[in-house]
Structures are given as structure tokens and as C-alpha cells.
Design a protein around this ligand. Structure first.
Ligand SMILES: [Zn+2]
Length: 74
């Protein structure tokens, strides 16, 4: 019975464990999923989600909140 705690800190971890990231724009209240694979290629897999410089694709606003979505069935 060994349960290893899972530390999901970086976007690389999130990809490994099947986590997803949602971005919510506070300006136009649009919610859309973040393409973690693209983000990992762009800024590196060792970056934490909250350190991503997200910009709203709809209005270009930078007041973007993120929420982590755990893998299904976990
Ligand atoms: Zn927006």
C-alpha cells in the first residue's frame, strides 16, 4: 500500500498526468481550454501554469484566470 503523492506543478506534469487547463477571461468572460502542448513547446514544460503569460484570444485582454482540470475519473 504505497501511495505516492502526485505533484502536479508544471505544465509538463499536467501533460504527464492528463490534467487540463482552462483559461477564463475576466474582460469578456470567455472560457476556453489552454493548449498545454503548444504552451510547453513555446515556453518549456517546466513552467508553472500560473506563470504562463496568457492572453485572451477573444478580446486580447490579459486579465485571465486559470483553473486546473483534473483528469477524468481521478
Ligand atoms: Zn477576453
Amino acid at each position: 500500500m504505497t501511495e505516492r503523492p502526485i505533484h502536479v506543478e508544471t505544465i509538463g506534469d499536467m501533460l504527464d498526468f492528463g490534467y487540463r487547463l482552462n483559461a477564463w477571461c475576466e474582460s469578456c468572460t470567455t472560457s476556453r481550454p489552454v493548449d498545454l502542448r503548444r504552451a510547453a513547446m513555446k515556453v518549456g514544460a517546466g513552467v508553472r501554469p500560473r506563470d504562463l503569460k496568457l492572453k485572451c484570444a477573444g478580446c486580447g485582454g490579459r486579465q485571465v484566470s486559470i483553473s486546473v482540470v483534473p483528469p477524468r475519473g481521478y
